[in-house]
Design a protein around this ligand. Structure first.
Ligand code: SF4
Length: 350
């Protein structure tokens, strides 16, 4: 069966198929991805009203691609207090946020109790606010610091009010590339196993992929297929989020940005390979708002949220420091021919 026959009859695609899709004409590839997108969501594009909080940039790890950690090229170490976090949330709740998204560096001083206490304080004050917190990488870091298992940390997260897990820390699963860009942090198998444990607690999470650095196209498809295998097993992922690598202020010497065509093809291919993932998210922070809007035609059905403030990718050159207003977000989606639908963190329509 040819690749086009497989696409026409919606067969599951292999690693080789995924690599070959990059050679397909962009618009033809987009057409196939858009067929699946429209079958699942029609013209709806999801967004949520959320606030990102990055409590500290002091980090024990030394990822080559990182521009955020103060132990890399960022000269401004900081750690927020619980009161600062709660004040931030109070302001954002007034703006109507439904979710707080808390991810951070691996700071030994903001340890497990520090996190658990702030989760409890947030939940006590705002019981209806969805707390999405701690990536697989952070969970692994805490488990090592406290000599606990991943499941021990996960049980505590649930006990103290974490509702879902973000998808960060996945980077690229290929072990050789991973060693070069973030050796020493959570391994691919550990990352996948942490999400497996989380899903088996009847909890949902997201999955990311950092691309556009030193990885190959094959590495990207391999990454997607490892996620697809886990999703077959647990059905616990809400969305896949391809994150475009930002080149500024870090130690990975990548000469060129990815072309818009390569980025759009990667969105479209992820929609086709990840046949068991409900949502493909064009995270405007790393792809730019304009390309995220175009990605709606290439399989993406979710543009993430208003964010309000974001420090991790903006440190590496992304134009995301100050978020985007909700009415502007709605206008942009409408003007691009799609129907904006606010969702909650578990993809229920609001
Ligand atoms: S990517 Fe995360 S874990 Fe790696 S150095 Fe940066 S803050 Fe630390």
């Amino acid at each position: 069966m040819t690749l086009k026959q497989k696409l026409d009859t919606k067969q599951r695609l292999t690693l080789e198929d995924g690599i070959a899709l990059y050679d397909m004409d962009l618009l033809e590839l987009g057409k196939y991805a858009n067929i699946i997108r429209e079958e699942k969501f029609g013209k709806k594009t999801y967004y949520n009203v959320n606030r990102h909080i990055n409590p500290t940039n002091i980090c024990k790890d030394v990822c080559q691609f990182c521009a955020y950690s103060s132990s890399r090229k960022n000269p401004n170490p900081y750690a927020m207090s619980h009161d600062e976090i709660l004040d931030t949330i109070e302001n954002s709740v007034k703006n109507g946020i439904k979710e707080v998204h808390i991810v951070s560096a691996h700071n030994p001083d903001t340890g497990l109790d520090w996190y658990l206490e702030v989760f409890k304080k947030i939940k006590d004050k705002y019981p209806n606010l969805h707390v999405k917190a701690l990536t697989g990488a952070e969970i692994h870091f805490l488990s090592q610091e406290y000599n606990l298992t991943h499941e021990d940390i996960i049980n505590k997260m649930i006990e103290y009010g974490v509702d879902s897990m973000p998808g960060g820390g996945a980077e690229i699963f290929d072990e050789d590339v991973r060693k070069k860009i973030c050796g020493g942090k959570v391994t691919s198998d550990q990352w996948l196993d942490i999400h497996r444990i989380w899903h088996k607690k009847d909890k949902m999470s997201n999955a990311t992929m950092l691309f556009g650095h030193i990885e190959s196209r094959e590495n990207r498809i391999d990454h997607m297929i490892r996620l697809r295998d886990l999703q077959d097993e647990t059905k616990g992922f809400n969305s896949f989020i391809p994150l475009v690598y930002q080149r500024e202020n870090n130690y990975l010497k990548v000469e060129k940005d990815l072309t818009a065509q390569e980025i759009l093809k990667t969105f479209a291919i992820s929609r086709l390979i990840l046949d068991n993932f409900p949502s493909i998210k064009a995270y405007w922070v790393t792809s730019t708002v304009k390309l995220a809007l175009v990605a709606q035609e290439f399989g993406a059905n979710d543009l993430d949220g208003t964010i309000e403030k974001e420090l991790i990718n903006s440190a590496a050159g992304a134009a995301s420091a100050n978020g985007i207003a909700e009415n502007e977000f709605i206008g942009l989606i409408k003007n691009s021919g799609f129907i904006p639908v606010e969702r909650d963190s578990l993809y229920n329509e609001i």
